[in-house]
Every structure is written in C-alpha cells, then in structure tokens.
Design a binder for this molecule. Structure first.
Ligand code: BES
Ligand code: MN
Ligand code: ZN
Length: 501
C-alpha cells in the first residue's frame, strides 16, 4: 500500500472514495437510552459537510462505532464516492478508535473492488498522531489470511491518501514510520497464519534469516547440536520429541551510535505446533495450535521494524522454535530436566512446554548481555479464562519497567492488563524432587506460568506478555479479518523506541 499526504481541500481531490469520520455529540452511555444521536462530520470542510448533510439529518444513522454508509456521486465533490464511518461519541474518540475506523474503511471499500481511497484526517486529533493511526489501521485492515483458497480475490487497497493540513514533511515522517510498523505487523501475521506443515522451525528460521538480510540485521540460527552444547536442557526437553529439527534464532540490532547499555532482549515462544506432547491435547480445536509460535513471530516482526526505524538502542531478538510432539523420544511426565541456568525442573505436564523453551531463551538472552527482558508467548489457556479475548496479560517484576511498557502499550493502542506476581503463588510450583515443577495446578494458571518464567528472568527487569487469547482473532471485526492479529508488536516497538528518546 502506497501512502501519500495531501494538503488539498477534500472537495478538490479526485479519488475512488473519500472517507470522512462521523461523530456523535451525544454520548449514549450518559443519556437515557432513547436519546437521539446528534451526528457531526469530523471535518470543517463545508463541501463535505453539505454532501453528507441529508444522510446525517435523515435519522437513519445510529452513530454507533464502525457504522458505515456509502454515497455515490456526492454533490459538490470530485470524489466518486463518499464513505462515512462512525467513530462513536465525540467524547471518547481517540487514536485508538481512529486506527480501527481506518481499518473499517479499508475493509468496507476493498470488498467492493475499490483499490484507492482518500481519508480525511479528523479534526480534534493532532495531525501526526492521526496520520500514524490511520496508516497503521489501514494496513491492519488490508490483511486477509485466505492464502490457500482457490477463490482468493486478493482484494487490497493499493493507494491511501490522507488529507490533512500542517507540516507536510512531519506528516510524511509519521506516515513512513507507521508504514514500517504496520507492514511489520502484517509480516508477523503472515508467519503466524501458515499451518505447521508450512511453518516448521526450519522454515521460520529461514524466513527470519531472509528478513534480517533484507534489513541489515545480524542473524544466527542454531540447531540441536548447539542447543545441547549450550546445555539448554529445558528447550531440548521439548525439542527431543519431534522429528522436525528445532531452531534457536538469534537476531541482533547493534547501531554504532548506541551506548553499550541498555541491551534489550526480546524472547519469543516459537512452538510451530503444540500437540501437548505425551500429555496430549484433545482433538477438538487442536488445529489452532499452529499459532503457538505467535510470540516468536512477533519478535521477528518487531526486529524488522526496529531495524528499519533505527532507534539508538541495542536489541537482541531470540526465538526458541520447535514442535511439541508425542513420540518414542518425547519427554514424559515425571522427568526431571536441568535448564541452562542450572535449575532443575520436574515435568508434570508436557503440555506446559512454552515456559520450558522460554526458560532457556530468557537465560540465554541475559548471557548474551541483555539488561532488560521482554517475552511474548501464547503461554496459557488460563489467561483466556482470566481476560478473555480482549486483553493480553502483562506481568512485570519491576514497576519502573512496567510503567514504561504501559505507556508504550497505550500509545500503540493495544489492550493489555497487568496481572500479579506475588510470592504466595510460588508455593504452587514447588517440587519435592527438583527446584520447581512446570505446572502450578488449576488456579491462577497464567500467574503460575509467569512465576515459572520469573525464576529464569531472576533480578533482570522483565516483562512477560501472555498473548494466548489475543494472538488469534476468533471472529472477524469490521476493522480486522479473522485470523492472526499481530498483537504486541506495536507495543514492543514503541517500548524499544522509548529507550532511545
Ligand atoms: N499453547 C498452549 C496455550 C494456549 C492455549 C495457547 C489456548 C493458545 C490458546 C500452552 O502450551 C499450553 O498447552 N498450556 C497449558 C498449560 C497447562 C498444561 C499447565 C494450558 O493452558 O492448558
Ligand atoms: Mn502446550
Ligand atoms: Zn503451547
């Protein structure tokens, strides 16, 4: 998708479709249920206002978020169509809604075979922020996962024009950055979308390597020998059960201008398929476990964005990629494994494999010099029980680190919610035979999984993102297709950039 900034008046622009945001001056949450919406276009342009006036006055619109209406040959405009997208109540309208509105506009128009649109940046949001949100949202909306369908139409918006006023080069810079981030998010979604027969650990490593070559990152890929040589007993305990070779992917971003410290370590869970191993999962829904490498794919995509945005801070990206399979070589419940850090782990359930590969990934990141750690993983079904599909779980062993992440997270417009890490939970993972067990029983499963990881992050400031409920969109939304979401990438990139500010 090509993006241009236009400082023209909307009425003068020749385009397939002009998009304007409609806002409701009444907040239905505050008024009685039958309070009529009072709708206004979020633009001062009088031609656009008069083109939409009859529709807004018709009483046919509800003003609900994402409501769309398409007018053909709008009077007084050079555009062939005028698409009105509702942004909900004016009071609650922010970049968060704007991103999704841009996605909604893209999806509404591309499904009609339209290939270009011009979006009027809404009044009320500062120009650069608005441009950033519109480009990101449009790119997210432009992605469709139906790769292997013979009837794939591959409908896409090829050209996005954003109409705004202000400093053109500042707006263009915002658009370029947002394009890098949005493209990287879609790059991640592409990886996650592939089924496990087409996204083995080896293929994931090849894709990471190719990306690194393209953007100028160092990339090292290690196999079983190196994993054993490094004494990654926890990672290997999962990999040993599969005929597919594992891959330890190490990507490095080392800008010459950055100081020695901090070094950020991004560690991703890359289980290309999770059968559960000997503690095998039920058949129902098991096909979804192809997305169990989403955390790893997020780190690969984040490294891409970082390499292109060039913040002045060192970053190491690590992905521990393997399948989790039952076989004659597979580990068994009751086995004791020694992690790279030297800690002994009693395996209670071979389906709690993500924390095993991450244990060694986190330790290795520290060994490579990481002073701050972030991991992302589709780690537990329990986080879905706790937070549903709307919020990812965030855990942190350091409040300052959490505050910094939280700020980045809000700017990125991704929903996440902090869950606790209290010492009380540690008892649940105490083992009689080893230092710790790999499961903590039924209650607080997302927390005990995080407590397990904390044993390996130790004193290093660390954030853990459990994206099991958010990495896959279960039902399509007006602004995003069903399938991989690319969650956490934008927050991670903002977080990394915050160290360079
Ligand atoms: N990959 C799963 C978690 C998961 C669940 C991801 C649903 C996406 C959607 C993870 O490896 C797993 O199996 N976790 C177990 C842990 C349990 C055995 C302690 C779980 O959540 O049931
Ligand atoms: Mn599992
Ligand atoms: Zn898993």
């Amino acid at each position: 998708m090509k993006t241009t900034i236009a400082l023209t008046t909307p009425a003068q622009l020749e385009t397939e479709a002009l998009v304007a945001v409609v806002l409701n001056q009444v907040d239905p949450a505050e008024k009685s249920k039958d309070a009529k919406p009072h709708l206004k276009l979020a633009t001062d342009d009088s031609s656009v206002q008069s083109a939409g006036a009859d529709l807004l006055a018709s009483g046919e619109l509800t003003g609900k978020l994402f409501e769309t209406n398409l007018l053909h040959n709008p009077a007084g405009l050079k555009a062939k169509r005028l698409l009105l997208v509702s942004g909900g109540p004016t009071k609650k309208f922010s970049c968060y809604e704007l991103r999704r509105i841009a996605g909604t506009a893209v999806r509404a128009l591309k499904s009609r075979g339209i290939r270009s649109l011009a979006f009027i940046a809404p009044a009320g949001i500062p120009g650069e922020q608005a441009v950033h949100a519109i480009v990101e949202g449009a790119l997210v909306g432009n992605f469709d996962p139906d790769y292997y369908r013979s009837d794939r139409k591959d409908q896409k918006i090829d050209e996005l024009t954003i109409i705004d006023s202000g400093n053109k080069s500042a707006l263009e810079k915002a658009a370029n950055e947002a394009q890098i981030i949005g493209d990287s998010q879609n790059f991640t979604r592409d990886l996650v979308n592939e089924p496990s027969n087409r996204m083995t650990p080896t293929i994931l490593a090849e894709r990471a390597k190719k990306m690194c070559q393209e953007v100028g990152l160092k990339c090292e890929v290690y196999g079983a020998d190196k994993i054993k040589e490094l004494k990654m007993g926890a990672f290997w305990s999962v990999a040993q059960g599969s005929d597919e070779p594992p891959a330890l992917i190490v990507m490095k971003y080392e800008p010459a201008v950055a100081s020695e410290k901090p070094v950020l370590g991004l560690v991703g869970k890359g289980i290309t398929f999770d059968t559960g191993g000997i503690s095998i999962k039920p058949a129902d829904g098991m096909e979804k476990m192809k997305y169990d490498m989403a955390g790893g794919a997020t780190m690969v995509g984040a490294m891409r964005a970082i390499a292109l945005l060039k913040p002045k801070v060192r970053v190491i990206g690590i992905v521990c990629a393997t399948e989790n399979m039952p076989s004659g070589h597979a580990q068994k419940p009751g086995d004791v494994q020694i992690a790279m850090s030297g800690k002994s782990i009693e395996i209670i359930n071979t389906d709690a494999e993500g924390r095993l590969v991450l244990a060694d990934g986190l330790h290795y990141a520290k060994q490579l010099g990481a002073t701050h750690l972030v991991d992302a993983a589709t780690l537990t079904g329990a986080v879905v029980v706790a937070l549903g599909y709307a919020n990812a779980g965030v855990f942190a062993n350091d409040d300052a680190m959490y505050q910094r992440f939280h700020k980045a997270n809000e700017e990125a417009g991704e929903k996440m919610w902090r869950l606790p890490l209290d010492d009380e939970y540690k008892e649940q993972i105490r083992s009689t035979i080893a230092d710790i067990m790999n499961t903590g029983g039924r209650w607080g499963g997302a927390i005990t999984a995080a407590m397990f990881l904390q044993e390996f992050a130790e004193e290093t400031p660390w954030i853990h993102l459990d994206i099991a409920g958010t990495a896959w969109v279960e039902e399509q939304k007006p602004w995003i297709a069903k399938g991989p979401s690319g969650i956490a990438l934008r927050s991670l990139v903002e977080f990394v950039r915050s160290f360079a500010k």
